[in-house]
Design a protein around this ligand. Structure first.
Ligand code: F0G
Length: 443
């Protein structure tokens, strides 16, 4: 049978291709990879996906990832054959993506000044963050190629998710974390799920380069978002949002930006859906950096050496990125934010992120720690839980509305990426009566 899915280099002038069973995170020339599909999925699947919301005891219908399996069928299975699904697809009992869909949080809407605002709490995944969407697909690929050990670097959520799936699939798992910079709840999960934690002196960028080096020396299968199979699973975040809107795209989709896996995945998802004729309009992407870890903001908006970094139809000025990284290294500039999940200075997916921003005519904003904390607290006042990095979403939307980039009557989807795993952060916030949404205790 001819392969229906394959891996392909993202750079148009290179375009090297590899079979699905190859284990690699880049092409032979060192460029990132996409998973590509040869057949165009019929739009009649929209009805199939909707019907699967009554899962009829099938965990692959229950799963908010595998419910859309025809749009990420890199295993090339008969998607209606439950036996094949059970043998090949990894799922934590159908729980990934099961509970996440957009929700109207009225207090956030009033605060940011947009009524058609929908926030999607991806923190309500089994390990407590959006990572499960992509980890279930990365581990599915790992299983396809008979992997016994996975490896990742993490600011905490990736390691929790990786460790959870590894435990359930009987794989070993090594996680490299920046020492002292990971929320206690996230670290606890890695220990609890049996992963080997390796503490690295330095930040996430240092942990990632160490873990990638280990992986290249046979230390395990990388499950960070540089793995193109992770990106496939994270597309389902957008599938669920679009399905909720009857596949009528919103004006905006807003994410916090860290390593830019989500940004990349959202871009790939929209590029495919548009090419396949599933959507007629392309939403604009807004990525929100923390002020303390704002590499994308700086480069995209021309705040370093003046020129604005763009994908430029596949010919980005990578030397500008290199010069900025050298400038940071030389001047001892380190990422610093209380939102440790996005404390990242060298976003590994920056080129895919730029491609996504170009395709969607996107924007990049930045917000302060205080603004993120207010955003987080406000989500809490709607009865939902999110961590500080996710608070960047309401904070970023507010800022973009004030700048009249997002219009008050636009339809906006914001992704709340993770659940609170450091209870000290809201406790400190609410004890301080000076904070905007503080709820201090009485004595
Ligand atoms: N929000 C949360 C809660 C995260 O944990 C992360 C990344 C992001 C946003 C940024 O997403 O990398 O796709 O731009 N956390 C990674 C980790 C780096 O190791 O858990 P991104």
């Amino acid at each position: 049978m001819q392969a229906q899915a394959y891996q392909k280099c993202i750079e148009p002038t290179c375009g090297l291709e590899y079979p699905i069973t190859d284990i690699r995170i880049e092409c032979d020339k060192g460029h990132m990879l996409d998973i590509k599909y040869k057949t165009i999925p019929s739009t009649s699947l929209k009805e199939v996906f909707y019907k699967r919301r009554n899962p009829m005891s099938n965990i692959f219908n229950e799963s908010g990832v595998w419910r859309f399996r025809e749009l990420l069928n890199f295993c090339q299975i008969d998607t209606e054959n439950i036996d094949q699904c059970s043998k090949r697809l990894v799922s934590l009992d159908g729980a990934e993506g099961r509970q996440s869909k957009p929700y109207h949080m009225s207090k956030v809407s009033d605060y940011v000044g947009v009524q058609n605002l929908w926030l999607q709490p991806e923190g309500y995944n089994p390990s407590g963050s959006f990572k499960d969407n992509g980890m279930t697909t990365a581990i599915t690929h790992a299983k396809l190629v008979n992997i016994k050990k996975i490896i990742c670097a993490s600011t905490g959520n990736t390691s929790a998710s990786a460790a959870m799936y590894a435990a359930n699939e009987n794989m070993e798992c090594d996680v490299y974390i920046p020492s002292g910079e990971v929320a206690p709840g996230k670290l606890g999960q890695a220990f609890q799920f049996g992963a080997q934690v390796i503490e690295v002196k330095g930040n996430f960028d240092d942990a990632l380069s160490t873990s990638l080096k280990q992986a290249s020396q046979g230390g395990g299968y990388t499950v960070n978002s540089v793995n193109p199979f992770r990106i496939e699973g994270q597309k389902t975040i957008i599938f669920r949002a679009l399905e909720f809107l009857d596949w009528n795209p919103p004006d905006w989709i807003v994410y916090p930006g860290g390593a830019l896996g989500n940004t990349s995945s959202c871009g790939k998802c929209l590029m495919e859906l548009y090419e396949w004729g599933w959507i007629k309009k392309i939403p604009r992407l807004a990525v929100v950096n923390s002020e303390g870890a704002n590499t994308l903001y700086i480069l995209y908006n021309g705040k370093f050496e003046g020129s604005k970094l763009r994908w430029n139809k596949g010919k980005p000025d990578t030397s500008l990125v290199k010069r900025y990284y050298e400038y940071m290294d030389k001047n001892g500039i380190k990422p610093k934010t209380k939102a440790t999940a996005i404390q990242i200075a060298k976003p590994a997916n920056i080129l895919k992120g730029l491609r996504a921003l170009e395709f969607t005519n996107g924007v990049v904003a930045q917000v302060s720690d205080k603004e993120m904390l207010d955003g987080m607290a406000l989500v809490g006042l709607n009865g939902f839980d999110c961590e500080m990095a996710s608070g960047a979403v309401p904070a970023g939307i507010k800022k973009l509305v004030e700048q009249e980039i997002i219009k008050k009557d636009d339809t906006v989807i914001g992704i709340l990426t993770g659940r609170q795993k450091d209870s000290g952060i809201p406790v400190d916030y609410h004890r301080n009566a000076e904070n905007k949404f503080a709820n201090p205790p009485r004595s």
